[in-house]
Design a protein around this ligand. Structure first.
Ligand SMILES: Cc1ncc(COP(=O)(O)O)c(C=O)c1O
Length: 455
């Protein structure tokens, strides 16, 4: 039985509900919402009424659908997340770490890792992935350097790696997992951007098949599901106990999960796993590859193709900063990208990326590059160069401490009290508890004048 069928059947029973949600399955919908969304979505929005299952302690229909998903993904267990990968990352940390435990984290992590640090009281040891200045992006993690850190820090309990990166760049997770096993360290992989990998192997190899203990994927990023649907999987061979993950999720997620999201998660997985779905992914990837081949013929344009998932298209144009290219596309062609940096622009694609959408971008890029527009002003912002963090206080010890705002230019050597991250990609530049360095001030000068510091 699926959640979809179950709800269809349930609707026929016409029970009268005096329960939440109080819209009464669409009997009331705020007029402006009704105008924009309609009421159909509301008709599928239930709570844990009699006969329904409970996401925080699944025993019935949700459990059986999660079990089905675990089979599809070749996982020991799979959990549906209606609070995004953010909740999965934080819960994974909660399940594995306790106060004072050391955790090795790749610095290009998503800011949800910070939430996990505050809640668990774990001590971060940061590893800087390689950085590509030409494109303004983080690249893979050097596995020898990674092994060296684990060798020197035998008390590290867990590792958190983002793979692929926001721009689709991959790290050798198989090697990383072997090193983790050697040092008896648990491996969490934030695969938020790799949700299609289990269904099209040429995009990238899923971390679940490479020995990771916990893998988190956002279904909304590339796999065409609603925001913020996501999955947390436990690796088949992992000793991580599903009950520990469930307990951790229950600590941080809502007690009223959205049934429309659960329906969408289930049907997205079923679609991805179907012949039709696989063909759809195949066609999408084929169209993207054709698009990339075409725009690569533009003389003053470059596409990033180096060990990355092609669904993230990273482009740069000679004589234009990424920000300028982004602005021109937005203002002159009504095309909005996912993110831009000083060097390049990222176009995020997925199951909803149609041929005609790609055609529009292709035409715009050809047109724009033919005009050979020159940089009109130097970059908006100072180039980002990864800055090695100096941790004075760990996040859990600092986040409640009193702070004050000071002029950025006078903040040298003070302890930062803010999480500073460009969003997207949400990679922290500074975290609360870290010392503000000259390089931070230089980088942030074009973006802000003040910063919160420890009193
Ligand atoms: C690498 C990475 N991990 C996790 C997340 C959080 O995902 P979600 O939006 O599903 O909570 C993001 C969001 O941008 C991300 O880029």
């Amino acid at each position: 039985m699926s959640i979809v069928n179950f709800i269809e059947e349930y609707k026929k029973s016409r029970r009268t509900l005096y329960t939440t949600p109080s819209h009464g399955q669409g009997s009331f919908v705020a007029p402006l919402s009704k105008k924009l969304i309609g009421s159909r979505f509301f008709t599928c929005d239930y709570s844990e009424i009699e006969g329904f299952d409970n996401l925080s302690n699944p025993k019935g229909i949700i459990k059986s659908v999660q079990d089905y998903a675990a089979q599809v993904y070749e996982a020991k267990s799979t959990f549906f997340l209606t609070n995004g990968s953010s909740s999965g990352v934080t819960a994974a940390m909660y399940a594995l770490l306790t106060r004072g435990d050391k955790v090795l984290i790749a610095r290009n992590c998503h800011k949800s890792v910070y939430n996990g640090l505050v809640l668990t009281g774990a001590v971060p040891v940061w590893i800087m992935p390689q950085y590509n200045k030409e494109w303004g992006i983080f690249e893979s993690i050097n596995t020898e350097y990674f092994a060296e850190i684990l060798h020197k820090n035998k008390d590290i309990r867990a590792v958190i790696i983002t793979n692929p990166t926001y721009e689709g760049v991959m790290t050798d997770i198989y090697k990383i997992s072997l090193i983790c096993k050697k040092y008896n360290v648990k491996l969490i992989v934030d695969e938020a951007h790799g949700a299609l990998w289990n269904f099209h192997k040429s995009l990238g190899t899923p971390a679940l098949l490479q020995g990771a203990d916990i893998v988190v994927q956002s279904l909304h990023k590339t796999a065409g599901a609603l925001n913020p649907s996501a999955l947390l999987h436990i690796g088949k061979e992992s000793s991580v106990e599903p009950k520990h993950i469930q307990e951790a999720l229950n600590l941080i997620t809502t007690t009223s999960p959205s049934y429309p999201l659960l329906i969408n998660i289930e049907s997205t997985i079923k679609y991805l796993d179907s012949e039709k779905g696989k063909l759809h992914i195949f066609e999408t990837v084929k169209n993207i590859n054709r698009f990339i081949r075409s725009i690569k013929t533009i003389p003053n344009l470059e596409v990033y193709t180096n060990n990355n998932d092609v669904t993230k298209i990273l482009v740069k144009v000679t004589n234009l900063s990424g920000f300028e290219l982004s602005d021109i596309l937005f203002n002159d062609y009504k095309i909005e990208d996912e993110l831009a940096n000083e060097k390049s622009v990222l176009f995020l694609t997925g199951l909803g990326t149609t041929k005609s959408k790609l055609k529009k971008l292709e035409k715009a890029l050809f047109d724009l590059c033919a005009k050979n527009i020159k940089i009109t002003q130097s970059g908006y912002y100072t180039d980002y160069v990864p800055i090695e963090p100096r941790v004075r206080y760990i996040p859990s010890l600092i986040w409640e401490k009193p702070c004050k705002e000071v002029e950025l230019k006078y903040s040298l050597s003070r302890v930062c009290m803010e999480l500073i991250a460009d969003y997207p990609p949400g990679i922290p530049v500074l975290l609360p508890g870290e010392v503000i360095k000259k390089e931070h001030i230089e980088y942030l000068a074009s973006k802000r004048q003040k910063i919160r510091v420890l009193l």
